[in-house]
Design a binder for this molecule. Structure first.
Ligand code: NAP
Length: 212
C-alpha cells in the first residue's frame, strides 16, 4: 500500500509561510518582508542541483545528501494533493513545466476543468473533500506514494483524519513571528509520531517522523 507523506519547510517557530505571503501581496514581496522571510526559509533548497533543475532555476548546485533526498522525494511521489492557496501561488510562479510530473489534486470550492501542463503534471480540482481527493490520488499514483504538498490548512485536515504516515520537516533557523502555522486546529488526541531519521546541515535540520 502506498504511503501518505508530508515534506515541507518550517520556520523555527512553526510557520509554513510568513505573514503577508498571499495572493493580494504576491507582487509586493516587501510587504511585511514576506519575500525575504520565504527566501530564508527556503535557502537550503534553492542551493540544491535537483531542485534548481526541476524549477528551471539554472544548472549547478549542491549534489550531496540533501540533493539525494530531494530526488528520492520526487521519485517516490505518484500523486500530490494541495490546497487552493498553495496552487494560486504556484500558478503564478512555477515554470510552464510544473515541477510535479504526476497528477496533482487541488482541494478547492472553485469548479475548474483539469489544467494539463507539459512534462506530465495535470492539476485536477476537487470539490468533494479531502477523503475523496486521497482516493483519487491513490487510484492514479500507480502504487507510488501520495504527497500532501501543503499548505497548512490541507495538512491539518489529513492530520485530523490520521491519514499521514510520514512527516518530513526541514526546520530552518529563521523566526517569522506570524504567518501560516502548521500545527493548529488539531483534534485531541492528535496523531502521534516517532523520530525515524535526522540529517543536520548548516541551513536546515531535516527531520523525518513516522506514525507511532
Ligand atoms: N513551507 C512549505 O514547505 C510550504 C509548502 C506548501 C505551501 N506553503 C505555503 O503555504 C501557504 C498556503 O497555505 P494555507 O494553509 O494558507 O492554504 P492551503 O492549504 O494551500 O489552501 C487553503 C484553501 O484550499 C481550499 N480548501 C482547503 N480544504 C478544502 C476542502 N476540504 N474543500 C474545499 N476547498 C478546500 C480553500 O480554498 P477555496 O475555498 O478558495 O477553494 C482554502 O482556502 C502558501 O503561502 C504556500 O506558499 C509552504
Amino acid at each position: 500500500m502506498s504511503k501518505v507523506f508530508v515534506n515541507i519547510g518550517l520556520s523555527l517557530d512553526g510557520y509554513m509561510a510568513p505573514e503577508g505571503m498571499s495572493i493580494e501581496h504576491w507582487d509586493n514581496p516587501e510587504y511585511k518582508h514576506w519575500g525575504a522571510k520565504w527566501g530564508a526559509l527556503m535557502s537550503w533548497i534553492l542551493k540544491q542541483q535537483y531542485f534548481r533543475e526541476n524549477l528551471q532555476f539554472g544548472t549547478g548546485g549542491e549534489t550531496g545528501p540533501v540533493n539525494d533526498m530531494l530526488r528520492h522525494t520526487m521519485e517516490r511521489s505518484g500523486a500530490s494533493i494541495m490546497g487552493k492557496r498553495m496552487f494560486d501561488a504556484g500558478e503564478r510562479s512555477w515554470p510552464e513545466e510544473a515541477p510535479f510530473h504526476t497528477p496533482v489534486y487541488v482541494l478547492t470550492h472553485e469548479k475548474r476543468e483539469p489544467w494539463v501542463r507539459p512534462g506530465g503534471t495535470t492539476f485536477h480540482f476537487v470539490n468533494d473533500g479531502p477523503a475523496r481527493a486521497l482516493e483519487k490520488a491513490r487510484a492514479s499514483a500507480g502504487g507510488r506514494d501520495i504527497r500532501i504538498s501543503g499548505g497548512a490548512e490541507v495538512i491539518q485536515q489529513y492530520l485530523n483524519m490520521n491519514a499521514i504516515d510520514e512527516l518530513e520537516i526541514a526546520l530552518a533557523p529563521v523566526v517569522f513571528g506570524g504567518g501560516r502555522r502548521l500545527f493548529e486546529h488539531l483534534q485531541d488526541p492528535a496523531p502521534q509520531f516517532r523520530i525515524d531519521k535526522m540529517l543536520n546541515t548548516p541551513d536546515a535540520t531535516h527531520l523525518r517522523y513516522v506514525r507511532a
